[in-house]
Design a protein around this ligand. Structure first.
Ligand code: CTP
Ligand code: CA
Length: 226
């Protein structure tokens, strides 16, 4: 039996993946969100599952579907709900990939009733959400792997390296904005992987499914060294 599975790198492993945006309630009919499609997180979940791993995919509101038998999907809406789900799953996992575009701020006092259009100007007070990756970074044991993403518009490598350290990540995937084929909504991505010791590995522009395989290969190699 082992023979048939010889090529699968992540058999008997379990990973948490976060994907998509979060929605932060303003009132019963409005929210603060972002353009994340969830495509990269779903592609990663499928690449992990294809290597034989079990995946718990915690995702914000997305219009994607997955049918892989190794993927269990947990749907959430807000950053707080995503954090609670992740804290529950992570202690029993071999690692996590933090791919979600989590809102950094949420309305401090969401309204119970629909806000009426009675004023000329209007502002909403916001408060910071919890950093889910950093929360898991504090929970992480030596045998677990934690991977994050970064999107930067300046000092890309230095900022990504700082994020990796601050959140206690094993490596961080930098999304390059330089390229029009990379980022939100599209099916392609261009990444650089930064790991401990700050060796930067640059990859070509590829389909997100292929980028996912590159990331999973790196994850399997780092995990094997733990
Ligand atoms: N992340 C998270 N929880 C948050 C914010 C970010 O888990 N509340 C994760 C993302 O999923 C990603 C990594 O942290 O893997 C970096 O996200 P990013 O938005 O680039 O970094 P921030 O720490 O939020 O810093 P900033 O937005 O100010 O650049
Ligand atoms: Ca952010």
């Amino acid at each position: 039996v082992a023979f048939f599975n010889a090529k699968k790198k992540l058999l008997n492993k379990h990973f948490l993946v976060t994907a998509g945006p979060t929605y932060e309630k303003i009132d019963p009919v409005r929210f603060i969100g972002n353009y994340s499609s969830g495509k990269m997180g779903f592609a990663l979940s499928e690449a992990l599952a294809d290597e034989g791993a079990k995946v718990t995919l915690v995702c914000g509101p997305v219009s994607l579907q997955t049918t892989h038998k190794n993927i269990v999907r947990v749907d959430v809406e807000s950053a707080l709900q995503m954090k609670v789900a992740c804290e529950q799953v992570f202690p029993n996992a071999d690692g996590a990939i933090m791919c979600a575009a989590v809102a950094d701020y949420r309305p401090k006092h969401p309204a119970d009733q629909k806000i009426k259009r009675t004023r000329d100007d209007m502002s909403i007070e916001l408060e910071a959400t919890d950093d889910i990756a950093a929360t898991l970074g504090k929970l992480k044991t030596d045998r677990q792997i934690l991977v994050g993403f970064a999107l930067e518009t300046q000092d890309e490598l230095a900022n990504a390296a700082a994020k990796m350290k601050k959140k206690n990540l094993d490596f961080i995937v930098l999304n390059s904005l330089q390229d029009k084929g990379a980022g939100f909504g599209v099916d392609t991505n261009k990444i650089t992987i930064l790991s401990d010791g700050n060796k930067a590995e640059e990859f070509e522009l590829k389909k997100k499914s292929e980028v996912a395989c590159d990331i999973v290969e790196k994850l399997a190699a780092v995990l094997a060294g733990k």
